[in-house]
Write a protein that binds this ligand. Structure first.
Ligand code: ACO
Length: 362
């Protein structure tokens, strides 16, 4: 049987930073509270569209794999923040890259999108239907936020990460089948009900989204859901938890990550954590963290890696993979976002004012 392996990795983290201290200038919150309850110190704010971040991450991943965009035959863009619904953000990304041979699809499983995408990409390669899959997680969650709501405004950031998945030559390495699912009983804990065709498009204030969010409920269900998913994925892969060299979890809350590794009886030293720098970038957290783990030398030839995530739905998922022999890029790309000299706070000033006006009675 053909196996599927990751041959390229890349990321795009927008340059403009929004710190906890910046948030405390307009919200009743503090750096101390945010760090203690979430582990986040700062996050990035994008001044470009999701597909532009996706393009930069993708160009790095393609160069890393030594693959030309023209040879990509499937683009999966995991996002809950498409530039447009029609056409899909993946179609826009395909055009930006010139990946003219590719089939394209957006994958919306919220924060679990990359893990769902990894499963789909693996299946496509193992079945022999596709030879070179570009899988990108790219999100601009800050676009949805109500900047008068401290419970959600402090959690999210923008960014993109990408991998290239191809048939593997090393029989030992590969992406193993994982465990995916959705806890619909928890669906109301996380919703943006007024973005989509169920919205009443003829009334209501323009640009107002209800970010329906019950943090405590999501937290409880995430701990159980991610833990169960990881246990099932390990069982299916035939790998014991203590054989895992690196856990690359969804970065939503450091306490959720701690609960996951406690359940697996693994030390925190085996976990890749970068939530302090980027916050929750939804489907982009795992590919960004994976990319940084390789760059930092934490992924070695043959490393056993566990990913696990949860998100709106409430989707959950976990995949186990064994890395190939190559941990260095074949080549590098100079791709970068256009320069931006505005801080995160400056970029958001209009959105913050808009949220405040909508929150003011009358
Ligand atoms: N600053 C200061 N105080 C705050 C803030 C803030 N930013 N936010 C809430 N508080 C207050 C609350 O009002 C509450 O005050 P009270 O006790 O007087 O009522 C107190 O802090 C405790 O609030 P809790 O909600 O109980 O705090 P908790 O420890 O549960 O942490 C958090 C909240 C961080 C949201 C946590 O529940 C969490 O991370 N949940 C998971 C959410 C998540 O990451 N979801 C990701 C999925 S997103 C996707 O799929 C797109």
């Amino acid at each position: 049987m053909t196996n599927a392996v990751i041959t390229g990795w890349g990321k795009c983290t927008p340059p403009s930073v929004l710190t906890n201290h910046d948030l405390a200038t307009f919200l009743d919150t503090s750096d101390e509270w945010i760090q203690a309850r979430t582990g986040i110190q700062e996050r990035r704010i994008s001044n470009v569209a999701v597909s532009d971040m996706a393009e930069v991450a993708a160009r790095h991943a393609l160069a890393c794999a030594g693959v030309d965009a023209a040879d990509v035959d499937l683009v999966i863009l995991a996002t809950a923040c498409p530039d447009t619904m029609v056409p899909s953000a993946a179609a826009r990304l395909q055009k930006l890259l010139g990946a003219h041979q590719a089939a394209v699809l957006d994958m919306n499983a919220a924060c679990t999108g990359f893990v769902y995408g990894l499963s789909a990409a693996r299946s496509a390669v193992v079945a022999g239907d596709h030879q070179t899959v570009l899988l990108v997680g790219a999100e601009k969650m800050t676009w949805y936020l109500d900047w008068t709501h401290r419970d959600t405004a402090v959690l999210f950031g923008d960014g993109a990460g990408a991998v290239v998945i191809q048939p593997g030559e090393d029989a030992e390495a590969g992406i193993f089948s994982g465990a995916l699912g959705c806890d619909y009983e928890g669906q109301d804990a996380l919703k943006i009900p007024d973005y989509g065709t169920s919205d009443d498009r003829y009334s209501g204030p323009k640009g107002k989204f209800t970010f329906q969010f019950d943090g405590r409920e999501i937290f409880k269900r995430a701990v159980v859901g991610m833990g169960n998913a990881a246990v099932r994925a390990l069982e299916k892969a035939g790998i014991a938890a203590d054989e895992i060299d690196l856990v690359v979890p969804h970065q939503a809350n450091i306490r959720i990550i701690e609960a996951l590794v406690n359940r697996l009886k693994l030390p925190m030293s085996k976990v890749m954590i970068n939530i302090q720098k980027y916050g929750n970038t939804s489907a982009a957290t795992i590919p960004i963290a994976l990319c940084e783990a390789v760059e930092e030398g934490r992924v070695r030839p043959g490393s056993n890696i566990l990913t696990a995530a949860f998100g709106a739905g409430l989707t959950w998922g976990s995949m186990v993979l064994r890395w190939t022999r190559r941990v260095r890029p074949v080549a590098t790309s100079q791709a970068a976002l256009p320069p931006c000299d505005r801080s995160g706070l400056e970029l958001l000033s209009e959105a913050i004012g808009h949220s405040r006006r909508l929150a003011t009675p009358g």
